[in-house]
Design a protein around this ligand. Structure first.
Ligand code: BES
Ligand code: MN
Ligand code: ZN
Length: 489
């Protein structure tokens, strides 16, 4: 599997010297029934011509829409793309998404020149980010090469740290999309380790991998129980980044089920389709760690990637099995399809043992999260301080999270006659996302700030592309985690 590399990113003083290899991108806003071209670095005759053209094709400037028109007289670009900015304020988020829509709509081979007016560096950075996020393409397995625009140019200027930030953030999202897109016959726990090791090569991130025998020996009962039904044995991959004098230690835990068949509690055929996405949490945490290291995060980072394939077989875990999670708590498995919380329990215990200042976990944990919040918002649970940090970072990078409660009274639903906790209550449908969060809470060390992100919804986009988000694997939440890792609270 070839990981896609980002296009070159250039900054231009203006857009007056374009050529036939260029496609010009400008914004189109609508204010009180009049459309307005939002551009920078173009001469005023061209802006007038573009406004007239937009009117002729009745382009209305709606967000998530683009209009491609031939270059007007006097513009040497091969064509022009108008990208909708809507009728509200031109916020950072609007610009990031609009630049992304344009990049998503266009395929190479030429250079994409973004000449959208930005009022300051933050806005210019958002345009660059959206453009980079939007031009990722899935490499089709077969003959057709991916058509990624080779060069992105943005009219404006940006200080180097901001350029690097935009590039590393987008690169991390690309890595997640590439890993998650891989079919489950090509990505299993051990090949996941190989792919992430290749990405980590030459970085300051060190790697430790526990294989199945070691996992069993050291007491990782959750990962072992989930992985033992598969021919492809489980792994725990630990990534570590240690800066000179860290401001704090952040532990990350990611769910890495490379395929979730449900195990003996087998999923229905249609529900199984898409379960290659079940390793998104691990991919998000790996990519965020690598990007944070590349950007020189002030925090020490340890990422626990809990990797297993959940399969039914003669060696698979059964409903009613009782297992022991790392650290000694016992779990009665009542549904083998609630496997994510079992591997995450081990990861959270391993993280807690090091007494970090913050634990963040990300998991495609429950179908209930998608039902409650749809495909755009991640469900967010945990301790108040940790939740507040995620909310702030998500807002900062333009990602969508929604705080959810962990109602104490629901914990009784997970009571087991024979173990400390059951992994599910058969037949119970109420509050499934919250129950998943409550289960995890039992495995977080006392007093450690902790945030749980149920990303079952936003991990994949089953609908049409919107903004910079393509259909399929999205890489959502990666930049939020990265932002937390980069911040100094
Ligand atoms: N990986 C699934 C959750 C999921 C479902 C993610 C649909 C994305 C789309 C998880 O392992 C699972 O199967 N959860 C069960 C939990 C239940 C058995 C308590 C679920 O949501 O049905
Ligand atoms: Mn499952
Ligand atoms: Zn799962």
């Amino acid at each position: 599997m070839k990981h896609m590399t980002l296009p070159e990113l250039q900054f231009l003083d203006n857009a007056q010297t374009l050529g036939a290899d260029d496609i010009l991108v400008v914004g189109l806003a609508k204010n009180n029934d009049t459309i307005e071209v939002v551009s920078t670095g173009l001469d005023s005759d061209l802006v007038t011509a573009l406004t007239t053209q937009a009117g002729l094709i009745q382009a209305d400037g709606a967000p998530d829409s683009t209009w491609r028109i031939p270059s007007p007289e006097g513009c040497a670009a091969s064509s022009v793309v108008l990208t909708g900015l809507g009728s509200n304020d031109l916020t950072i988020d609007v610009l990031r998404q609009a630049a992304g829509s344009a990049a998503l709509a266009l395929n190479g081979p030429g250079r994409l020149v973004f000449a959208i007016e930005a009022k300051d560096e933050e806005h210019t950075q958002a345009i660059a980010e959206g453009a980079l996020l939007g031009c990722h393409r899935v490499t089709k397995l077969g003959l057709s090469p991916a058509k990624t625009p080779p060069t992105i140019a943005v009219v404006g200027s940006l200080a180097l740290p901001r350029i690097t930030q935009a590039q590393r953030g987008a690169e991390a999202v690309w890595q997640v999309r590439d890993l998650v897109t891989m079919p489950p016959n090509m990505l299993n726990p051990s090949s996941f380790v190989e792919h992430v090791s290749a990405l980590a090569k030459g970085t300051e991130v060190s790697i430790e991998v526990l294989e199945e025998k070691e996992l069993e020996k050291q007491g990782y009962g959750g990962i072992t129980a989930v992985g033992k039904g598969s021919q492809n044995p489980p792994r725990l991959m630990v990534l570590r980044y240690q800066p000179g004098s860290p401001t704090r230690h952040v532990a990350l835990v990611g769910k890495g089920i490379t395929f979730d068949s449900g195990g003996l509690s087998l999923k229905a055929p249609n529900a199984m389709v898409g379960m290659k996405y079940d390793m998104t949490g691990a991919a998000v945490m790996a990519a965020a760690t690598l990007a944070a290291a590349a950007l020189g995060s002030p925090a020490a980072i340890t990422a626990y990637l809990c990797l297993a394939e959940n399969m039914p077989s003669g060696s698979a875990s059964r409903p009613n099995d009782v297992i022991t999670i790392l650290g000694g708590k016992t779990v009665e498995i009542l549904n083998t399809d609630a496997e994510g919380r079992l591997v995450m329990a081990d990861g959270l215990q391993a993280a807690s043992a090091t007494k970090p200042d913050l634990i963040i976990d990300a998991a495609t944990l429950t179908g209930a999260a998608r039902i409650a919040l749809g495909e755009r918002y991640a469900g967010l649970m945990g301790t108040d301080d940790a939740v507040a940090q995620i909310v702030a970072s998500a807002a900062h990078v333009g990602e969508l999270v929604w705080p959810m409660p962990l109602p104490r009274e629901l914990r009784t639903l997970l009571k087991s006659d024979i173990a400390d906790i059951a992994n599910a209550k058969p037949g119970e449908v109420l509050g499934g996302m919250l129950l998943g969060g409550l289960f995890l809470k039992d495995f977080v060390g006392e007093g450690i700030p902790w945030a749980h992100l149920d990303i079952a919804g936003p991990a994949a986009n089953s609908q049409g592309a919107w903004g910079y988000t393509p259909k399929g694997a999205t890489g959502a939440i990666t930049r939020t985690v990265l932002d937390v890792l980069m911040s100094r609270p």
